[in-house]
Design a protein around this ligand. Structure first.
Ligand SMILES: C[S@@+](CC[C@H](N)C(=O)[O-])C[C@H]1O[C@@H](n2cnc3c(N)ncnc32)[C@H](O)[C@@H]1O
Length: 421
């Protein structure tokens, strides 16, 4: 037991080294096998520890600052940060301090710093938890905070930061069959099932039989808004890992699902096979795709700034440098998707972004380029969808600070577009 806790902590620190030192996203590290040698419980634990440290990084650094005369090497700093977060969020002092001392002591280059780690974490164990509780909610970095304040105002951004600091529950979308009883499950107003303390996902009732799949409540709305039916030919243009493909297939449509990433497409294949649903899978560049469809779902590549509750590594690993390229690609994809839609067809454009340039502005500009395009706000009338979330351009703006009493939701922008016949 002690060894497995130590391995999970070591791996969490290694993840922090990659995110904070190399600017890599945690999802990239995991896809590259960062935690593959750990058993599933430790993998989940390592991921949770790294995420909690990233959420509380600003607070941890403020507390550590008081006890450090100079900055230690990143690996040691990350061990101190993880130790601080654990100590200040209920971790047992003895176990946490000993683990961090052992991890740093075993390190081939930094072993001599274990005494310092011991001294600093003992001080944090004594006065950290009280100080932690009164520190401000960690803020987003300036490169993201400034455009968000310009878009939504300072109060809304503070509320988003509170939601991001709280983290996210596990949301699941029920499939076509019967939903098993899952202890603690709550059904949200939009029909998504939410679990506050899920534990290991693959061990939950109904996982093996494919009764449901993991999908944030906000992410479940685009496919519901597209509202396809049996016999319709539907194109899921950026499909992986496939949550929306599964929904479209469950609605009975004939789905062509495409993604440029072969490895991510494997996830779609696995998800379809687990849930017993069917879709035609293609790997390729959406911009080169040809065909004609009754309905299209374009879940375009974006900054993913709406998912920071679940991906607290994003603001630390990124700096916004790629926003311009993504915004241009979204417009190009929207135009190409429009050329694949039959007259009279409908298309949902969505992004998991909280930046208007990747949502509202894309639609305003697309309407100018395409005289045969109209926005259909009526398609957004779904149970649980607050009409106050609909913007003047007719799209649905979802933000992480919505539903605070229910545990929040991902930030998303969703618009349903109709093509003249
Ligand atoms: C927001 S994710 C899609 C999530 C997915 N719809 C779901 O619900 O699980 C965006 C996807 O776009 C894919 N992508 C990026 N550029 C692409 C391109 N040129 N053609 C096709 N897919 C692309 C990425 O590989 C990524 O999987």
């Amino acid at each position: 037991m002690a060894d497995t806790a130590l391995n999970a902590r070591k791996s969490a620190i290694h993840l922090l080294d990659q995110v904070l030192g190399e600017g890599r996203l945690m999802s990239e590290c995991l896809a590259a096998g960062a935690l593959d040698r750990l058993p599933p419980e430790d993998r989940a634990r390592a991921q949770r520890l790294a995420q909690e440290t990233l959420r509380g990084l600003e607070r941890a650094d403020r507390l550590l600052q008081k006890h450090l005369r100079k900055n230690p090497p990143l690996h040691v700093r990350n061990a101190l940060r993880l130790g601080t977060v654990e100590l200040c969020t209920g971790g047992a002092a003895h176990g946490v301090v000993n683990a961090m001392v052992q991890i740093v002591g075993d390190h081939r280059r930094h072993g001599q710093l274990k005494g310092m780690v011991n001294a600093v974490l003992r001080k944090i164990a004594a006065d950290g938890p009280a100080a932690w509780a009164i520190l401000r909610v960690p803020r987003l970095p300036k490169w993201l905070r400034s455009p968000l304040i310009a878009a939504w105002g300072a109060e809304a951004v503070s509320a988003m930061e509170t939601a991001q600091f709280a983290g996210a529950p596990l949301d699941i979308t029920p499939g076509r069959g019967e939903m098993p009883d899952i202890p603690g499950a709550v059904v949200l107003p939009t029909g998504t099932v939410r679990l506050a303390n899920p534990g290991q996902v693959t061990a939950l009732p109904g996982y093996d039989s494919g009764a449901w799949w993991v999908q944030d409540a906000a992410a479940a709305l685009p496919a519901r808004i597209l509202n396809v039916s049996a016999g319709m030919r539907v194109f899921d243009m950026c499909a992986a890992p496939g949550g929306k493909t599964l929904q479209l297939a469950a609605q009975g449509a004939e789905v062509v699902a495409l993604d440029i990433s072969a490895s991510r497409m494997e996830r779609v294949r696995e998800n379809l096979s687990r849930t017993g649903l069917a879709a035609e899978l293609q790997v390729g560049d959406a911009l080169q795709h040809r065909g004609e469809y009754d309905a299209i779902l374009l879940d375009a590549p974006c900054s993913a700034t709406g998912t920071i509750r679940r991906h607290p590594d994003l603001p630390h690993a990124k700096d916004g440098a790629e926003f311009g390229t993504l915004i241009a690609l979204q417009a190009q994809m929207l135009d190409h998707a429009w050329s694949l839609l039959r007259p009279g067809g409908r298309m949902v454009f969505c992004t998991c972004s909280i930046l208007p340039d990747e949502g509202e502005v894309q639609i305003e500009e697309a309407l100018q380029r395409h005289p045969d395009m109209t926005v259909d706000p009526g398609a957004l009338s779904l149970p649980g969808v607050d009409q106050a979330w609909i913007g003047s351009e007719g799209g649905l703006r979802l933000r992480p600070d919505y539903w605070p009493e229910l545990g929040g939701m991902d930030g998303f922008f969703i618009a349903c577009l109709s093509k003249a016949s």
